[in-house]
Design a protein around this ligand. Structure first.
Ligand SMILES: O=c1[nH]c(=O)c2[nH]c(=O)[nH]c2[nH]1
Length: 284
């Protein structure tokens, strides 16, 4: 039997770095969770334990902290690009670096006081290899709800179907979105704000016959409004709001009292891209 090593990568996952910019009395704060994954000519370490090509994950972690001091963090995409380029350029055995970042939001309370915003997390995944650079930005846990303008009916039915058709329901989701930039030179902050606004506007303004339809409307809106974006991938959990039966108490319930069920949930996933473009799986 012949056995070979398949695709592999390694790196330091989830380095938490908080950077305070102390320019005078008004401080700025960046709070990141940085994961590095390196790939390349790593057969030696796997097959014989020869670690010549292995830049320790501990060194990768140290690089995150050193770069945060030396260059600052700036936008997460910038920080990710700087790190990924460094690993590929400085390590002959490393052909591809992927740096994935979560940025946690802090709301300003004063010149040096902040409150952690419990809501959504901004994300990015930067990939650098000899063919080029890809930047995917994104967000997770953006929780949205429409209390009407959502229907769900006309679906396939079989002997196991019990779901009643509805012409009026609550539609709620926690948006996970990732979008591929057409270039790795960008006003990252403006682009993020614009994409986020397009996603929210499409959710709010779409009269929904399914969460699938809403997903497509959200992706489409981003591509219509943001020329710098090549592809949008969305994962939308259907946060079901189930109508409570109040009839035992002699009460009607015209879409007013719901159980917010946490599981199971429908999970609607899809990608929206420009006609003629191919999905860039390696970037995501
Ligand atoms: O918007 C929806 N899409 C579905 O595919 C689905 N399935 C389901 O049970 N409820 C819903 N809602």
């Amino acid at each position: 039997m012949s056995i070979v090593l398949g695709p592999n990568q390694y790196g330091k996952a989830e380095t938490r770095v908080v950077r305070v910019v102390r320019d005078g009395a008004r401080h700025e704060l960046r709070d990141l969770n940085v994961s590095v994954a390196l790939a390349g000519d790593l057969a030696g370490t796997h097959l014989t334990g020869d670690n010549t090509a292995v830049l320790p994950t501990d060194t990768q972690k140290n690089t995150v902290y050193a770069f945060a001091k030396r260059y600052g963090i700036g936008e997460p995409e910038e920080f990710g690009l700087r790190l990924a380029r460094h690993f590929v350029a400085s390590q002959p055995s490393i052909g591809r670096a992927r740096v994935s970042i979560e940025q946690y939001a802090w709301r300003r309370l004063g010149p040096h006081s902040f409150q952690r915003d419990g809501g959504e997390t901004r994300t990015c995944a930067v990939t650098v290899d000899s063919d080029g650079e890809w930047v995917v930005s994104g967000l997770t846990d953006l929780v949205l709800l429409n209390s009407t303008d959502s229907e769900f009916w006309g679906y396939a039915k079989d002997e196991y179907t019990t779901l009643p058709e509805t012409k009026d329901r609550v539609l709620a989701t926690a948006v996970s979105a990732r979008w591929l930039h057409a270039s790795s030179t960008m006003d990252w902050a403006a682009s993020y704000d614009g994409v986020r606004a397009a996603l929210v506007a499409a959710f709010v303004e779409t009269y929904s016959l399914s969460l699938q339809q809403t997903l497509y409307a959200m992706g489409r809106r981003v591509l219509e409004e943001r020329p710098e974006i090549a592809e949008v991938r969305l994962a939308l959990p259907n946060k079901h709001h189930l109508l409570v039966d109040l009839s035992p108490f002699g009460l009607d319930n015209p879409n007013e009292v719901f159980v917010a069920a946490d599981r199971p949930y429908g999970l609607i996933e899809g990608s929206v891209l420009r006609a003629g473009a191919s999905p860039v799986d390696g970037a995501f």
